[in-house]
Write a protein that binds this ligand. Sequence first.
Ligand SMILES: [Zn+2]
Length: 160
Amino acid sequence: MGSPEQISQVEDIRYVHGAMPVNFAYTVGVAGERFFREIMENGRFLGTRCQHCQYTYLPPRLYCERCFASLNDQWVEVSSRGSVEAFTIAHLDLDGQPLAEPQLLALIRLEGADGLLVHRLGGVRAEDVDIGLSVVAVFRPRRQRKGSILDIQHFKPATS
Ligand SMILES: [Zn+2]
């Protein structure tokens, strides 16, 4: 790997053959752990609420980003219903390859929360989505959940 030659034009180097054994391990942190565990085990959303700022973080935070108060013991349940704040239609995957089916992606504000979640919309045609559309989370069956955001299959229009 690498080149013993002096390189004066960086444009001459396009790639180097070889393998780079790089491993990463990310954690979701204490708040993320509890957030995802609650989704996996109970199909519920937990946020944290700052009583001083009257602001409910979802996803949860362990401290208030506005006043820096500790929110370690300020957990609150947040509804699995919410509304679409913004949406788009994805035609390409993360690698830039065409998707077999375009996907509807939305910013969703759950009732009782001030933060937003990004997730898929399902059970609705693109032409029927509007800002403010009421939606509800569709969780995967309990035995299929793995403690990730994909334990939520998608959000679908809520029937009131
Ligand atoms: Zn605060």
